[in-house]
Design a protein around this ligand. Structure first.
Ligand code: COA
Length: 331
């Protein structure tokens, strides 16, 4: 049995912050941010936590599928910005939706969260371990970025994307294959230095701004270009997929230059690459489901389309997943 995506929706906060907003209090400018990253604007959530962005998207997903919250069996929330350490954000989503029959958990694979999560959700559904999984990729990055560090704060945004994963009646459709990787040696180049059990919060950690994203941008950039491009080419080779077989590459949106390098390595033209980094920045676990939701809304995905998801993030974690789209927007 295969699993497929049967509904998809997203939520982004209404408040837009363009590059010039950062230039009003940091030594940066619109031109640098656009040229080095491809980002023009991003959205930040003023009130509430990550679950507050998931719930409106999840509500749309249920409406699309004609289900009630009680029909959900499992909730997975991929995030690095949970509402709090515990209970899980999945538990908060369960409570807020009234999904009284659901169990669930949070999954932390940073920017690769959604790719990891979709692979896990598909295996749960394929094995009969759950009849459906509400898979959420969401991050409130504004809660963990240092607004005085121009090299990181301009990169991120807030948002949520949600899909429903269910058994596919047609083996040829749905999640087909994935290559998922991790290299903990990369941990020191992109991480939050304090706040966990190793270095609990203290006056010093707060004073030293250690509860924010730390990133060695150039090192991560080089690793991401190689990692995301190689794994995406590998999934094509492993499944005998030629560039002309692919309808869409849906890559993690961290930097337009990383996306371009991946598309080049796969032999794909730009019109087959989903890009919305200009409008949202890097929303971490939310980038890929937001992209899928926008493609679906715009009726750009057709049943049978070969779609490659690709990601790279903290850990390091990275991966590529091949699916055959099954949702018909016009149906
Ligand atoms: N505005 C203006 N100048 C900036 C700036 C900003 N917002 N941020 C950094 N700079 C400066 C740096 O201080 C540096 O100045 P210097 O040469 O005087 O020291 C210069 O720009 C070049 O910095 P560098 O870090 O070499 O730039 P870059 O081309 O590597 O781009 C990133 C920086 C962060 C955009 C890029 O490294 C990147 O995207 N990294 C990977 C992000 C990622 O994929 N993360 C993983 C997934 S979450």
């Amino acid at each position: 049995m295969r699993a497929h995506i049967t509904a998809v929706a997203h939520y982004v906060p209404p408040d837009v912050f363009d590059n010039n907003w950062f230039a009003s209090f940091l030594d940066t400018n619109d031109e640098w941010i656009r040229e080095r990253t491809g980002i023009v604007e991003r959205r930040f959530l003023r009130e509430g936590g990550t679950s507050d962005m998931i719930v409106p998207a999840a509500t749309q997903v249920l409406a699309q599928r004609g289900l009630t919250p009680a029909d959900i069996e499992c909730i997975i929330v991929c995030t690095v910005t949970p509402d709090q350490f515990f209970p899980s954000t999945a538990a908060n989503v369960q409570r807020k939706l009234g999904a009284v029959n659901a169990w669930g958990f949070d999954l932390n694979a940073a920017c690769s969260g959604f790719v990891y999560g979709l692979w896990v959700a598909s295996k749960l559904v394929e094995s009969g371990g759950a009849k459906n999984v509400l898979l959420c990729g969401a991050d409130k990055m504004s809660s963990i970025i240092n607004f005085s560090d121009r090299a990181t704060c301009v990169l991120f945004g807030d948002g949520a994307g949600v899909v429903l994963v269910e058994p596919s009646p047609d083996e040829s459709l749905g999640i087909q294959d994935a290559i998922i990787r991790m290299d903990g040696e990369g941990g020191k180049y992109l991480y939050m230095p304090a706040g966990g059990s190793l270095r609990p919060p203290s006056h010093d950690t707060v004073a030293n701004k250690e509860h924010y994203v730390f990133q060695d941008g150039q090192t991560v950039f080089k690793a991401a270009v190689v990692g995301m491009a190689e794994v995406s080419a590998e999934i094509m080779e492993q499944n005998n997929l030629a560039p002309e077989d692919i309808a869409w590459l849906v890559p993690h949106q961290a930097n337009l230059r990383i996306i371009d390098a991946t598309a080049r390595r796969m032999g794909l033209s730009k019109d087959k690459v989903m890009v919305n980094i200009d409008r949202y920045g890097n929303t971490t676990a939310a980038t890929i489901p937001i992209c899928l939701s926008e493609l679906h809304q715009q009726n750009k995905l057709k049943p049978g389309d070969n779609v490659i998801l690709a990601s790279f993030g903290a850990g390091y974690t990275w991966g590529s997943l091949w699916l055959r789209w099954s949702l018909d927007h016009s149906a």
